[in-house]
Design a protein around this ligand. Structure first.
Ligand code: C2E
Ligand code: CA
Ligand code: CA
Length: 588
């Protein structure tokens, strides 16, 4: 026994024994963790309830017992309160049992003060609430039956007639139903008819990664949100798959305003099969202009507009402009020009510094592509990446970027005066899916003689989720080469942490849209803080993108974020300009 324990007064030992017995025999689950959330003790009641063995849990992070949505709940709701010794926080959440099933429980958390020989600990009491689920299901069943006996009996005949015009999953009018509605509205008088073509972004990734049942659930939730946004008299229809249309008597301004509301409503996260999903959509708006407009023409115009919204980076609204030539023709022309531009050497790379927050020094750069167009000037990637991605031309573009960035990094690495900098290169969805990627990366590294540890590849959540198995295989091989992997635009896609853990990731890049809200919007602040904590819980680095102000920098320092990038430090610069910038900063 240690001298500290011998010196402790007897009544304290008694208290400890009593507590230990209580801990062991309590009829509820009881866990303790250290300040980092690592489980230090767990009682048999909890183990029996969740089906784990001692050795499964001791030394692991308590958040690993929670589904993703509940981890965020725990880290944003409970953890902040634990700062105060003795404060008690309570939250209803689910625990993932050893057999992967979910168990609802009431979690009560408190933190004890450190005493001599005994560090502070967090104590968690877990009370199972198995009845909760069953009760909810009963309620839903009863409500459904009541609805059926009321409405279905009266409307059986009417429904049968209308079924041909309705979508079975959401109960909304289908394409034929929409046509009939819009035709009726157009015939109805002088008020213009506005159409919103709502196309969910990356819906295929939800189906591919979470299954079609989850996809269906999401579609039903989206249908509900659309109904809530529109007036009661509006028509909300489902065309096919992930395409919805809202039709109402609206002029251009009212239609655009409604479209904005829809975008905002879809951005509020929904829970699908226990996972939190942030929806996003591209919306095309068309408004009837002449008496000659037909439902089909309007729908075509809205479809052209939505195509443009997707091309311009998704999660946005485009209004159909009758003076504009068909978007498809534009894209085809752009694609031809880009193919020629790549061959003629018109691509350029700019480099944005990445700063280590603690030391304030540049540790790396992100390579960002630009196109020096002979007529339109220097174009940002937003103008051409999507066309390249859709057509597959992104492979050639990506190969050029990789080669140019690695060549530049190798040149910098050879310079004895300069400190070594990592170079991060963006890899698109198609590139990641390309079985030749690993070979291409190896070839480029060897050709330019760059240490693989100085290369980081940035992949988006969406790219990971499109074909998770293929992505995991490719990333593991890249990792073995020594190349770093970053998850880009973290927080905007559908990836859940459970998923991320399958990939050998070295850093999370927290999306600019959250960083922007730091200090302005508490929700955004909480998300950034949670992302940083999650990254650290996974043992990886957190990078904040798009830092524009000193206040944002300070907030990130307080959150213990590792790296930052943004206009506050530097915009993306040519290689020469970057060198000058770095010289000026270090005063050399
Ligand atoms: P990204 O990977 O998220 O890159 C960061 C973007 O944010 C860059 O835009 C950068 O200029 C911009 N940015 C950085 N700091 C700030 C800030 O403080 N405020 C604001 N408002 N913006 C900031 P950029 O260069 O236009 O690139 C846009 C996107 O194009 C990139 O987003 C990336 O997804 C894609 N992209 C760029 N280069 C490549 C490439 O070589 N290959 C592929 N596949 N995609 C690329
Ligand atoms: Ca990036
Ligand atoms: Ca990004």
């Amino acid at each position: 026994m240690s001298t500290a324990a011998l010196a402790r007064p007897r009544d304290e030992d008694d208290a400890r024994c009593g507590e230990e017995a209580l801990f062991r025999h309590a009829p509820c689950g009881y866990l303790t963790t250290d300040d980092d959330g690592t489980i230090t003790r767990v009682n048999d009641t909890f183990l029996g309830w969740a089906g784990y063995r001692h050795e499964d849990l001791l030394g692991t992070s308590v958040t690993r017992l929670l589904p993703v949505g509940d981890r965020i709940l725990y880290t944003t709701h409970c953890v902040p309160q634990l700062v105060t010794v003795g404060a008690v926080s309570e939250v209803v959440l689910e625990v993932v049992a050893a057999d992967r099933s979910r168990r609802a429980c009431l979690l009560t958390a408190t933190r004890t003060a450190a005493s001599p020989g005994r560090p502070a600990e967090v104590r968690l009491v877990v009370l199972s609430i198995p009845e909760r689920r069953a009760y909810e299901q009963q309620l839903v069943g009863a409500l459904r039956r009541a609805e059926q006996s009321e409405a279905a009996r009266v409307q059986a005949e009417e429904d049968l007639r209308r079924q041909a015009l309705r979508d079975a999953l959401t109960g909304l009018p289908n394409r034929a139903g929409l046509d009939a509605e819009v035709t009726r509205r157009l015939a109805g008088g002088d008020a213009p008819v506005g159409l919103l073509f709502v196309d969910l972004d990356h819906f295929a990734a939800v189906n591919a990664s979470l299954g079609t049942a989850a996809g269906d659930e999401l579609l039903v939730l989206v249908a509900g949100r659309l109904r809530e946004c529109a007036r009661a008299s509006a028509t909300v229809a489902r065309l096919s798959g992930d395409e919805f249309v809202v039709a109402d008597h609206l002029d251009g301004a009212a239609a655009a305003a409604l479209a904005q509301r829809v975008l905002e409503a879809l951005a509020v996260p929904v829970v699908v099969q226990g996972l939190e999903i942030v929806g996003s959509a591209s919306i095309g708006v068309a408004v009837s202009a002449t008496a000659a407009d037909t439902a089909e023409r309007l729908l075509h115009h809205a479809a052209v507009a939505v195509h443009r919204a997707k091309a311009r980076g998704r999660r946005r609204v485009e209004v159909h402009d009758p003076t504009h030539t068909d978007a498809a023709v534009d894209r085809l022309r752009l694609l031809g020009e880009l193919r020629r531009g790549i061959a003629d050497g018109e691509l350029r790379l700019h480099y944005q510094p990445r700063i280590g927050l603690a030391a304030g020094t540049m540790t790396g750069v992100e390579a960002l592509v630009r196109w020096q167009h002979p007529v339109r000037g220097l174009l940002p990637p937003g103008e051409f990446i999507d066309v390249a991605e859709e057509s597959g031309l992104v492979r050639e573009l990506g190969a050029w970027v990789l080669d140019a960035a690695v060549a530049q990094a190798a040149q910098w690495a050879r310079d004895p005066v300069r400190q070594t900098v990592e170079v991060a290169v963006n890899v698109s969805t198609r590139q990641l899916a390309d079985p030749g990627l690993v070979g291409a990366v190896t070839g480029v590294l060897v050709r330019h003689g760059l240490d693989p540890r100085l290369l980081v590849l940035e992949v988006t959540e969406t790219a990971l989720m499109t074909d998770p198995d293929a992505a995991a295989t490719a990333l593991r091989a890249l990792k073995e080469l020594g190349v770093g992997i970053a998850v880009d635009d973290f927080g905007t896609g559908y990836a859940s942490l459970t998923y991320l853990q399958r990939f050998p990731v070295d850093e999370l890049k927290i999306d600019r849209s959250f960083v922007m809200g730091l200090g302005v919007d508490d929700g955004a602040g909480a998300i950034v803080a949670t992302c940083v904590q999650l990254a650290h819980a996974m043992g990886i680095r957190a990078v904040a993108e798009g830092v524009e102000t000193e206040d944002q920098r300070l907030a990130l320092v307080a959150m213990d974020c590792d790296f930052v990038q943004g206009y506050h430090f530097a915009r993306p610069l040519t290689a020469d300009a970057l060198e000058a910038w770095a010289r000026e900063r270090t005063g050399s």
